[in-house]
Design a protein around this ligand. Structure first.
Ligand code: SF4
Length: 1531
């Protein structure tokens, strides 16, 4: 016996179901809430417990969780048809609504385990109502029985090929002791695996749920077709004659397979009664069922010693009275009878129960009843009685002939709630009635209602789903009325019912009626009411006159309410009780995608058909990634299309995680629309605890691909001559397109928005992918035709450009050697051609954790999973690019060049012959991957016999950024042509380099990159635009203008960057020029915000000393203006009129002159910042030029100490790259500072490394030259000398939050903007709030280098209003941990093309996970500078943080420790490539230690050094030295 203890019947049943099925459909209250079965199922699956039923040796049972209101039985059809054994664990509440499926599924060996509900008083009507659906029904009454009968059910289903419902009341075993879990070998034996296999290998006809498809019994014996006269062996099963069941309507529609109900019925095969019957279903009669079940029980008895039979009788064999219990009370009754006193009326009575409830074997009942029994009381726990006689009573009556000599009296009772306390009294009542002369039929026994308990399947609303209801709240406030809100007390109506559209609709109609009544009452009061004064009457009269006018009623409502409040009379008070009726109500019904299935859909239809002014908000939570996995038979309706077809409804499809603004717009329009409105709202999630990031990513994929298009449909628009349809996303699905095409809506839309043309006409789908492949193949064949010599095919997979360039170069070299060479990307190569290749070469880089790059993945999968590849005639070679130190731990070494190694091995396994041995390029080699490559390539030529070819042409030098700049005609390139090309969302790579100088980068949305690729679409290209904003100062008006740009032209968000400027993301190509123009209209520019030029000049933003600050800021402006490029290309490209007349682009007609930069600009980017001590908030040491403002004694600005050669960018594992801090050059006066900056820049222009961009920053120039030499050079260019640096002092590099007052009396408020992202969410309307503030604010906004925001120059007079707004939008909240306030992250995913890991979206999550420990060890108020970036480029200046995380691969980070608190010292690598779990463990340990060990005032970074945890980095040149042990672990 297994030692596991089973405590509840659900646990017992779930375990058996798991062991005996291939698939268990687990019906749950919601996907986030467990059922009483699901926890057991999940734990078995997660411990990978093997399924006994499964054919595969180590297969784990598949668990399909389905929401109870999502038509759960639909999920059974597909697996059972494919020969997999399916069982369902559920409560009884799904049964009635699933009746259509039940009839169909009865013909298949499905097992339904049904826990009867509600828990307090189970209603057996759920069973009696479906008793004629053709299933076999087994009932258990105790824990042990639940386990045994569950097993019986499975064995019987497989044996008979028919559906079995095993039902039980879980409460009847509530007080039982745990039992031992059934032994596996016993389960196996009872189940009979031979039968299981026979089922699994048989085929099922029919492919849709409408087709007929019965199962043959898999029992080895074959049954002959049954003829009526031979059907039953009277010896074996004697059936009682059928009695006229005239009273029971169900009897007439009884399914014929229930042969035992009437003897002739069994002559008819048990065919399905579903719509289309194609063939006779197999014949399995009640005789067979009985035979099978008794043999199963006999086996069980033999193995476990427990006996079961179709009807069970307990009690004395000479009993005269018996109870036949069909309800929860049988154990209670049996116990009470056993304990009865001899003089009790019920002493010596027997108790009967039906173990096999259907088929009903009347003859077996007769056998079970002792001959002595004269009276039978039938007790039925059925609440919904639709017939005069209870169903069981009729069963008994039809089976038991009453009359002298046998059972004389059969009396039906309706069983209610019975408890320990009331059972004796109930029995007395029953027996009194039973033994009376004229017993009363249908007597009620027990309480009608059980004590209240929480409903099992209460529709708790997942927390995530509150996002939309919160928006309703924001938009309509008190006006919003949600009829089916879960929070509402629906007067005793169960949540399940109150959540249906029908119920909610009824409630709304009732509310509307109430409102009408209220209007009449007010009317009456306005003319005849008894008020204390006349004022209310006038106001009410005005209100009544406007009551139907939504707009006007708003204006008069407040007056009416205030007059009534002042009046104070009884009438006023009674009217005020319904004061919400004075305003227009926004009536909403909130539902889920359960309404998209047939069951709920009828309710939606009802609402639409009514034409009533009611709004439906339907939240769909099916994750995009799971849509394909969804069962093809699940007929989810497209409610949007359905409603649009209806014609009278407003329809919108929205997704809060895609466009918050569009949700607002849709809800507002729905509210205004005078008729039914349907707002579909997407909120995909897998489980309640999904992070916002998961929801966001799923939403983006769905919207982008067109699975969930965003649109609005307003039938009213037509009247205004506008298009009914507005598309708010870019791609739509086929069905919607077809609908719109039908009435020309698309044509209208495209006329209005021509830019939609391209995307609309393109249907998404896998077909495109196939087409692309065909095209690639054609091109390939064409190429081959024109070539001679031995063929050589080169396939590459690359995630940066190295593998591509190598492949192309190899191709050229091959061609030069006379080979018939083609070069292709692996993903475009038709794998079926592989076997016919002669010579093939693969070049692949290494992605992520030793994976193939994205564009090689599909090829790799196709090859590796191929079972029939024969490459015996193919010669091949593989070259891989990797980094042997990228994953420093020993156990991770396998990732080094893994794709190349894997491919090499697999090709060899398929019989391919090596041309040249596997070549491996290592970034760690002296010459990087070239070292390995130059060994490999000659071997290849050797093997191909073309090693010594004369007269090879000279190869052109690779094109560099310097070439691009030089040829660009002062940054023009072909940008304009690229912008005008509407066939792609991209621009050319060269132009991509050049647009950076104009302040814009091309990016693609990496959240949807893979999905788009899978769909055959180009990446979702869009542009990032960065403004130039010296010192980060913006006027309030500019703020509003920026906000408009984000809303109208970008992705509805703005980023305040670490360089104090605005950055927009998601600007598509067609909107790029309008956005640039809008920025310039706002008197800002974007020129030189990126590129190899001097970028935005930073300046400490907090005007603590206003006048002094102003003088410093003016210097930053002066430096910025002085160093700005001169090219006129910027104006030509972005700012000329659209008619082209003023455009001067193209050719060399205009020759610009760049006095400072020259035609090739700088070798690399160049950054200047100014710090005003004691704040080093700009991180002055991190920039090419750092200026530290120095005061005169009178407080005026003297000038600046200048540092040079700071810089953050580095490359993982490349020790030639490192971050560096600026070195002190000396003091310059304020008047000369821009000239000194210019000279530093010019020395870099002339001496920086233009060959190697990784070595081109000023830091390397200075380190190579030496500081003194460099300084002398600058002085030489300048013609002046630096003065001795002057003393200064820094306190910190974080922001000073809250209000400060400067010496002129103006106020400044620094607010916390987490990682600089300005956006609205359902929880926090930060963007709306800042806009509202900008509209009244008379001062400025200052962007801080830590990505926060200062509301600056606020007079005392204006302060209260701004404080109010700050509070209203929660922007004054500074109650964050000091760690959070001191944190900073770069953008990284999804837009930054260089990101290796999440940053902005992840750091807040990580900090939340650390805050518990901070609280625990008392560090909540202690500032520790923590920064994160997605790659080592270092945009958030991670190397100067006390603790930093720098992305290494998705989910993995390098951790650095030991930075100086005020940005004076670089940190050092502590751990490489660690993931969240490890990060948390390390951080928690360090924080605990720091809290204990720190000295007074000692900073975290300093402590890590003193405690010996990390060595100090004293200069960038020793950044890589003495790192913690793991990186040093070289092999
Ligand atoms: S640090 Fe790297 S990942 Fe982050 S924004 Fe900069 S380039 Fe992108």
């Amino acid at each position: 016996m297994a030692s596991t203890q089973i405590k509840t019947p659900q646990e017992a049943v779930a375990r058996i179901a798991y062991l005996a099925s291939d698939v268990v459909v687990s019906v749950q209250p919601s996907l986030a809430a467990e059922s009483d079965f699901s926890a057991t199922l999940k734990s078995l699956a997660s411990s990978r417990t093997q399924s006994l039923a499964s054919k595969a040796a180590d297969a784990v049972t598949e668990i399909i969780p389905v929401r109870h209101n999502n038509d759960p039985l639909l999920s059974v059809f597909t697996p059972i048809r494919s020969g997999r054994l399916v069982s369902v664990t559920t409560t009884s509440e799904i049964l009635l609504s699933s009746i259509a499926h039940l009839y169909k599924l009865a013909q298949l060996p499905v097992v339904l385990h049904v826990a009867l509900g509600p828990k307090s008083l189970p209603d057996y009507t759920a069973i009696t109502s479906i008793r004629n659906s053709g299933w076999t029904f087994l009932q258990s009454n105790s824990l042990q029985e639940a386990q045994d009968l569950a097993l019986t059910a499975h064995a019987l289903a497989v044996h008979s090929g028919k559906g079995v419902i095993h039902f039980f009341d879980p409460s009847s075993s509530a007080s039982e002791q745990p039992i031992a879990a059934e032994d596996i070998s016993l389960v196996q034996e009872i189940l009979n695996l031979d039968n299981v296999r026979r089922f699994q290998s048989a085929s099922i006809s029919g492919s849709s749920i409408y087709a007929n498809d019965g199962r043959v019994a898999v029992a080895p014996e074959q049954f002959e077709p049954v003829a009526s006269q031979t059907v039953l062996d009277a010896q074996e099963v004697e059936l009682a004659p059928a009695q006229d069941g005239a009273d029971e309507s169900a009897q007439t529609s009884q399914q014929q397979s229930e042969a035992s109900e009437a003897s002739e019925a069994s002559a008819t095969p048990s065919a399905s009664i579903a719509t289309t019957i194609e063939e006779q279903a197999p014949v399995v009669t009640s005789e067979h069922i009985y035979k099978y079940v008794t043999s199963i029980w006999a086996k069980l008895n033999e193995l476990a010693g427990r006996q079961y039979s179709a009807f069970e009788y307990s009690g004395p064999s000479n009993a005269e009275n018996a109870l036949f219990v069909f309800g929860s009370g049988s154990p209670l009754f049996a116990q009470a009878i056993a304990q009865a006193q001899s003089d009790d009326s019920f002493a010596k009575a027997g108790v009967l129960t039906a173990r096999l409830y259907r088929p009903w074997l009347g003859a077996k009942l007769l056998e079970a009843i002792p001959k002595s029994v004269k009276r039978v009381a039938v007790l039925e726990q059925v609440s919904r009685k639709t017939t005069k006689w209870g169903p069981l009573l009729i069963d008994v009556l039809t089976s038991v002939k009453s009359g002298p000599g046998g059972v004389e009296t059969i009396v039906g009772h309706q069983l209610g709630y019975i408890s320990q306390e009331t059972v004796v009294q109930a029995l007395r009542g029953i027996f009194q009635n039973l033994t009376s002369e004229k017993p009363v039929q249908n007597l009620e026994v027990g309480e009608r209602e059980a004590p209240k308990e929480a409903s099992e399947y209460g529709l708790e609303k997942p927390k995530l789903e509150t996002a939309y209801t919160k928006i309703l709240d924001q938009l309509f406030g008190e006006r919003a009325y949600i009829a089916n809100s879960i929070e509402k007390d629906n007067a005793g109506v169960s949540n399940t019912i109150s959540a249906t559209p029908e119920y909610g609709f009824g409630a709304l109609l009732a509310r509307k009626e109430r409102k009408q009544k209220f209007v009449s009452e007010v009317k009456e009061a306005a003319s005849n009411g008894q008020f204390s004064s006349d004022a209310p009457k006038q106001a009410l009269a005005k209100w009544v006159a406007n009551a139907e006018d939504a707009k006007k009623v708003e204006e008069v409502a407040s007056e009416a309410v205030s007059k009534l409040s002042e009046d104070g009379s009884d009438l006023s008070k009674s009217l005020l009780e319904y004061k919400q009726f004075f305003r227009k109500q926004s009536l909403w019904l909130v539902g889920s995608d359960a309404w998209s299935y047939d069951l709920g859909n009828s309710g939606v239809h009802h609402v639409l058909a009514s034409g009533e002014n009611v709004n439906l908000l339907i939240i769909d939570s099916t994750p995009y990634s799971e849509r394909a996995a969804a069962d093809a038979n699940r007929r989810k309706k497209d409610i949007g299309l359905y409603a649009m077809n209806f014609g009278n409804a407003y329809v919108a499809s929205t997704a809060v995680y895609s466009s918050y603004t569009q949700v607002l717009q849709a809800m507002d329009e729905a509210d205004k629309f005078n008729g039914p409105s349907v707002v579909l709202a997407y909120l995909p999630y897998f489980g309640e605890h999904d992070s916002a990031l998961t929801v966001l990513q799923e939403t983006k994929k769905a919207v982008d691909i067109g699975y969930w298009p965003l649109y609005r449909w307003n039938p009213e628009n037509e009247k205004k001559g506008e298009s009914n349809f507005s598309l708010d996303s870019e791609r739509i699905k086929k069905e919607l397109k077809e609908f719109l095409d039908r009435d020309n809506h698309l044509t209208q839309l495209m006329k209005k928005e021509p830019s939609f043309g391209a995307v609309l006409s393109e249907d998404f789908g896998t077909e495109i992918r196939a087409q692309q492949k065909r095209k690639a193949k054609d091109a390939y064949n064409q190429l081959l035709e024109g070539l001679f010599g031995a063929p050589l095919t080169i396939l590459y997979a690359s995630d940066n450009s190295n593998a591509i360039s190598l492949s192309k170069r190899l191709g050229n070299r091959g061609r030069a050697r006379g080979l018939k060479t083609t070069v292709m990307c692996m993903e475009d190569y038709p794998v079926e051609d592989l076997a016919s290749e002669e010579n093939i070469v693969f070049i692949t880089s290494t992605a992520g954790q030793g994976e193939f790059p994205q564009n090689g993945l599909s090829f790799w999968h196709a090859v590796k999973d191929n079972t029939s590849l024969d490459l015996a005639n193919v010669r091949y070679s593989v070259f891989g690019l990797g980094d042997s130190h990228y994953w420093p731990r020993k156990e991770d070494k396998i990732y080094y060049n893994k794709p190349a190694k894997d491919l090499d091995r697999v090709l060899a396994n398929f019989g391919a012959k090596p041309l040249a041995p596997l070549g491996l390029g290592d970034d760690q080699d002296a010459d990087g991957f070239q070292t390995g490559y130059s060994e490999w390539e000659p071997k290849l030529w050797e093997a191909l016999g073309v090693a010594n070819v004369d007269g090879l042409p000279e190869e052109p030098a690779p094109r560099t950024n310097e070439d691009i700049k030089l040829e660009s005609n002062y940054l023009r390139g072909t940008i304009v042509q690229g912008l005008n090309d509407t066939s792609t969302l991209a621009i050319s790579p060269d132009d991509g380099q050049l647009t950076k100088f104009h302040g814009t980068y091309m990016q693609d949305d990496r959240d949807i990159r893979d999905e788009r690729k899978a769909q055959g679409l180009e990446p979702a290209y869009s542009f990032m635009i960065r403004c130039r904003l010296p010192g980060g100062v913006s006027t309030a008006k500019q703020w509003v203008q920026m906000d408009d740009i984000a809303n109208e032209l970008g992705n509805e968000t703005m980023k305040l960057t670490t360089r104090q400027t605005f950055q927009f993301h998601g600007v598509v190509k067609s909107k790029l020029r309008p956005a640039m123009k809008a920025i310039n209209r706002a008197l800002m520019t974007t020129i030189a915000a990126c590129g190899d030029v001097n970028r935005n000049v930073m300046c400490s933003p907090l005007p603590a000393h206003s006048k002094y600050h102003r003088a410093v800021w003016e210097c930053s402006k002066r430096i910025s203006d002085h160093l700005i490029p001169n090219t006129t290309a910027y104006h030509e490209i972005w700012l000329t009129d659209d008619d082209g007349s003023k455009t001067q682009v193209g050719g060399n007609a205009v020759q610009d002159f760049e006095p400072l930069y020259g035609p090739t600009y700088l070798p690399r980017k160049f950054k200047v910042s100014i710090a005003i001590p004691p704040h080093n908030d700009v991180d002055v040491y991190a920039h090419d030029i750092g200026l530290i403002a120095i005061k005169n004694e009178d407080g005026s600005l003297a000038g600046f100490n200048m540092t040079a050669g700071g810089g953050m960018g580095a490359t993982h594992n490349n020790k030639k790259t490192y971050p560096q801090v600026g070195r002190m050059l000396g003091f310059v006066t304020a008047a000369d500072v821009h000239i000194a900056c210019e000279k530093v820049m010019l020395v870099q222009r002339d001496n920086g490394d233009r060959k190697n961009r990784k070595h081109a920053r000023l830091k390397y120039t200075i380190d190579d030259m030496g500081v003194e030499v460099f300084k002398a050079k600058v002085e030489e260019y300048w013609g002046q000398k630096f003065e001795e640096a002057r003393p200064f002092h820094f306190d910190s590099n974080v922001d000073t939050f809250g209000w400060t007052k400067d010496e002129t009396g103006l106020n400044h408020f620094t607010m916390f903007i987490e990682n600089g992202r300005i956006e609205d969410t359902a929880e926090f309307q930060m963007k709306t709030g800042l806009r509202a503030i900008a509209q009244v604010h008379k001062g400025e906004f200052r962007l801080t280098p830590n990505q926060h925001l200062i509301l600056s120059n606020v007079t005392d007079e204006d302060k209260p209003e701004l404080e109010k707004l700050l509070a209203q939008y929660k922007l004054d909240n500074l109650h964050y941990s000091a760690l959070r306030l001191s944190s900073s992250a770069c953008v990284a995913f999804p837009t930054c093309g260089l990101a290796m890991a999440e940053s902005e979206r992840y750091l807040p999550v990580l900090i939340t996970k650390l805050e518990g420990v901070l609280e625990e060890v008392g560090l909540k108020q202690d500032s520790i500078v923590m920064r994160m970036t997605g790659c080592p480029n270092g945009c958030a200046r991670p190397w100067l943080a006390e603790v930093a995380f720098v992305g290494k691969a998705y989910g993995a980070y390098n951790m650095y420790l030991g930075g100086g608190y005020h940005g004076q010292r670089l940190n050092k690598l502590y751990r490489a490539s660690i993931k969240e779990e490890e990060i948390l463990t390390i951080m928690k340990g360090l924080l605990r230690r720091y809290a204990k060990e720190r000295e007074e005032g000692e900073r975290f970074g300093d402590w890590t050094i003193r405690a010996g945890i990390i060595k100090a980095t004293t200069d960038g040149t020793n950044f890589h030295e003495g790192v913690a042990e793991e990186e040093g672990d070289e092999e």
